[in-house]
Design a protein around this ligand. Sequence first.
Ligand SMILES: CC(C)(COP(=O)(O)OP(=O)(O)OC[C@H]1O[C@@H](n2cnc3c(N)ncnc32)[C@H](O)[C@@H]1OP(=O)(O)O)[C@@H](O)C(=O)NCCC(=O)NCCS
Length: 147
Amino acid sequence: MKVLRIHPKDTISIRHQMLRSGKPIDSCIYNGDDDEQTFHLGAFVDTKLVSVASFYFEKHPILLPPYQYRLRGMATLSEHQRSGLSSELLKMAFPIIKQNLASLLWCNARLTAVGFYEKVGFERVGESFNISDIGEHILMTKKIEID
Ligand SMILES: CC(C)(COP(=O)(O)OP(=O)(O)OC[C@H]1O[C@@H](n2cnc3c(N)ncnc32)[C@H](O)[C@@H]1OP(=O)(O)O)[C@@H](O)C(=O)NCCC(=O)NCCS
């Protein structure tokens, strides 16, 4: 397994299969995908891209630290889940976020994925809320220690 930075367009197929199945492919293009401070990571098994995650320099309105990253589009193909791939993507992301002087990573986590986020060190913030067409989510955060 190898983790590499990938082009935004390379995230679309896995986003579509795992996060927006049956929805228009355009819904898999997210605001900020091409921004300079955005980065996208992919895990490859035998040269096949099987897991993706994207990181946006974006402050959440209710969270205090001035510099924050947002995690979106975290997904691993079904047959490769629970093999540690998403965890590896995050391990590679943390130092990059830190290099960009952001001290917090946040995401709107699907309730079905909360257990995963807790395993990798995120904490829940507040109550769950509904995102139309997708379902119940909860805000989760992970502190990134800046030396
Ligand atoms: C959630 C998801 C991204 C996790 O990816 P993954 O590559 O399977 O995660 P990992 O293998 O790195 O899991 C790390 C740990 O979390 C656990 N875990 C993974 N998914 C979990 C879940 N849904 N609930 C509870 N624990 C979970 C793993 O068992 C592993 O535990 P361990 O360290 O004790 O072995 C993946 O299940 C997925 O793509 N789901 C569908 C899309 C989705 O819902 N994405 C999140 C949107 S907010």
